[in-house]
Write a protein that binds this ligand. Structure first.
Ligand code: ATP
Ligand code: MG
Length: 685
């Protein structure tokens, strides 16, 4: 039998093989969607291990999502003689790589070992407090500014100097306090996960050298979406005195869709400048999609100016016509998509997991979810707001996280301030500074000798009362004898969360939020009693809490093995599905309407980015593609008229592809009714 790795190389085309085998220096694979870039990375890792004697622990591959990383690791395992070796690889996102570096080097940066990571909600509240405003849009704008500065490696002082108007000046000042506050909390935000390692490596040759010796070969997927800071990290990891830079990056300039988060295509060009002997390899054969889908994708992206010339082709044949559907409104669209999936699945004998519904913005998911539920179609959502991301759930979870680990500072900050209990910003700042000085958590700081000189009785009172409350819960929660459900109910009553909701939000919002909380606690109680079937062991509240804490760190749950994937276009990057429904393809949605006051050149740049997003969507499809748009759409309770997106025209569909005919829209319903009737017959007999 031939060796699995070599046989893998046989299944690759000549330029792919060249990219896998190239070991003379840095290598960039620049190619369109579905041309096997990600496959080159997995094969190359196997090649490094099997044919060049690399240890798995000396190889790092950076992907865009944790899910992609897990999949990649699995694939590599299958290519190795010793599949178990794969678990020694570092395959992760830039952010997880950053966490790994920070965990090891926290002390070098003056952080305590158990520093906390604040998520974007935690940071939102912080900016809100620092800016003394409740204007959500303004807070988000400042948050974005801070993030762009951090990713562009601009420190607060430089940001202040650069500020060109009042807003920028205000944002830069808040940026300065924001950095100071985070450091007093002994916490980092997501951007710091990459920025801090960069700063560390820049300033500390020894540490950098240690990491260079550990990560001897670096591979980067989706290179087009790296930002300045991430690129800097790559450079710092691969360049050293008298050392040959060893890395392979793969990317597609036509799929760059994260400019709004600071990613810059310039990094693709910069790579050639910084590494003059960079080997550039292009791939042109697409292995994913049928020809019609590729032609449409090529036609759309052909309207963008080109950085690098490339034209995709495929051997998969013409394939199904692309269907464009005009719908009356978004509800009808969702309903039709659900019905068509049912019918299509039945006709093709496909699985639910063969289908993806892709959309531009998270807000579009709700009507689709409703329609899928109505049709009893199982689904999973990626890239959207998962249940665990809702503010009210996070509030409750923060209490549970704190019961599980009292040193969890972001959870502490959230719980102690929601609902308000007389612990304000200045108290927390003093507590944070004190905790930083003593290298301890906020919780511990509240009881540490010397804190009395920083906080007066009026400030300490409510703080300590809160800590005692958590301690009491913790003591009881760790005992198996205590009924988790009862304890949870008691906790909810004690913190008076329901009345907090009703005094903070309008009645309708409060009602829906409280319902979410009840759904969550019911779900938790079910898990505690060993699941619905009662087969698992009964759990204490502490065990439940740890389970929840772990779950909230994942990118959503994949509980349903056979389910339709609902996803934003951004989160669909790198994935492929036999059948894709691209919905809401209207002017104002895709392309997104954006900021009307933006200057013209950024408007043009924005349309180009939206076009790349459309290109990403089309190229996810392997065999069939349905594109739909709505004539009307509800926006804030109002129904507004919509126009078909220019991108549909740009697909240049010919006669073989369906034209938007209204009467056709109803046929799937009839088709499904027929199918259902057929299905029911044998049952009756
Ligand atoms: P994207 O730009 O969307 O990330 P990609 O360039 O990373 O796409 P892959 O996901 O690696 O493309 O490959 C697309 C599909 O083509 C996968 O199903 C992969 O297994 C298959 N494929 C890649 N190369 C070959 C090949 N030489 N022979 C057969 N199938 C291939
Ligand atoms: Mg890929």
């Amino acid at each position: 039998m031939s060796h699995p790795n070599t046989s893998g190389l046989h299944g690759m085309n000549p330029p792919q093989r060249e990219a896998v085998k190239y070991m003379d220096g840095p290598c960039l694979v620049l190619a369109g969607a579905g041309s096997g870039k990600t496959r080159v990375i997995t094969q190359k890792i196997a090649h490094l291990i099997e044919d060049h004697g690399y240890k798995a622990s000396n190889i790092a591959a950076v992907t865009f999502t944790n899910k992609a990383a897990a999949e990649m690791q699995e694939r590599i395992a299958k290519l190795l003689k010793e599949p178990k070796e794969a678990k020694h690889l570092t395959v992760c996102t830039f952010h997880s790589l950053g966490v790994q570096i920070l965990r090891r080097e926290a002390r070098e940066l003056g952080l305590k070992d158990r520093f906390s990571i604040m998520d974007s909600d935690d940071c939102f509240s912080l900016v809100q407090d620092l800016a003394c405003t409740t204007d959500k849009q303004l807070i988000r704008r400042i948050q974005t500014d801070i993030s762009l500065w951090k990713n562009g490696l601009v420190d607060p002082e430089a940001a202040l100097k650069q500020a060109k108007n009042e807003h920028e000046d205000q944002a830069a000042r808040i940026y300065r306090s924001y950095v100071a506050t985070l450091s007093s909390y002994q916490a980092v935000d997501f951007d710091d996960l990459i920025r801090l390692p960069v700063e560390l490596f820049r300033g500390n040759e020894e540490v950098r050298d240690r990491w260079q010796r550990k990560l001897r070969y670096l591979l980067v997927d989706e290179y087009q979406d790296t930002n300045t800071c991430q690129y800097e990290l790559v450079k710092l990891l691969v360049t050293g005195l008298g050392k040959k830079p060893m890395f392979t990056a793969v990317g597609d300039d036509d799929q760059a869709i994260y400019a709004w988060r600071g990613a810059t295509i310039e990094n693709l060009k910069q790579l050639q400048v910084d590494f003059p002997d960079l080997k550039v390899i292009k791939l042109e054969q697409n292995y994913r999609s049928s020809t019609r889908i590729l032609q449409a994708a090529n036609a759309v992206i052909g309207n963008n100016p080109k950085l690098f010339e490339k034209q995709l082709w495929s051997e998969h044949g013409l394939g199904d016509p692309i269907k464009v559907m005009a719908m009356q409104d978004d509800e009808q669209e969702a309903e039709q998509v659900a019905i068509m999936i049912s019918a299509h699945k039945f006709e093709r004998r496909a699985k639910f997991s063969d289908y993806a519904i892709l959309y531009r913005g998270n807000h579009q998911s709700r009507v689709i979810e409703t329609a899928l539920r109505k049709e009893r179609i199982p689904y999973t959502i990626s890239g959207g707001q998962s249940f665990f991301d809702r503010a009210e759930i996070k509030d409750i979870v923060s209490y549970l996280r704190l019961v599980a680990n009292e040193d969890d500072d972001p959870a502490f900050i959230r719980a102690v301030t929601t609902p308000k209990r007389g612990v304000g910003q200045s108290t927390l700042e003093a507590l944070g500074a004190f905790a930083g000085q003593w290298q301890c958590s906020l919780f511990e700081a509240a009881f540490k000798g010397g804190i009395e000189s920083k906080l007066n009785d009026r400030q300490l009172g409510p703080l300590r009362e809160f800590c005692h409350f958590i301690n009491g819960l913790e003591a009881r929660a760790s005992q198996r004898g205590e009924n988790a459900a009862e304890l949870l109910d008691e906790m909810m009553k004690e913190i008076a969360y329901e009345s907090y909701l009703y005094t903070t939000f309008d009645e309708k919002q409060a009602q829906s939020k409280w319902q979410n909380v009840l759904d969550f606690t019911t779900w938790l109680k079910e898990k505690g009693t060993g699941g619905k079937d009662g087969t698992a062991e009964e759990k204490s509240l502490l065990e439940l809490t740890q389970m929840v804490a772990l779950m909230t760190m994942l990118e959503g749950r994949d509980e349903e093995p056979d389910a339709v994937r609902m996803s934003t276009l951004h989160a669909s990057k790198g994935l492929e599905f036999p059948h894709v429904f691209l919905v809401g393809v209207e002017e104002g949605i895709l392309p997104h309407k954006g900021d009307p006051d933006a200057p013209v050149e950024t408007l043009a740049a924005r349309i180009e980015e939206e076009r790349r997003l459309m290109y990403v969507g089309i190229t996810r499809a392997q065999r069939s593609l349905h594109v739909s748009w709505c004539k009307k759409r509800k926006r804030a309770r109002e129904s507004v008229n919509c126009d078909m997106s220019r991108f549909i025209k740009e697909m240049k569909l010919d006669e073989g592809d369906a034209v938007p005919k209204e009467e056709e829209v109803l046929t799937p319903q009839a088709r499904l009714a027929n199918l259902k009737a057929l299905l029911q017959k044998p049952k009756a007999a």
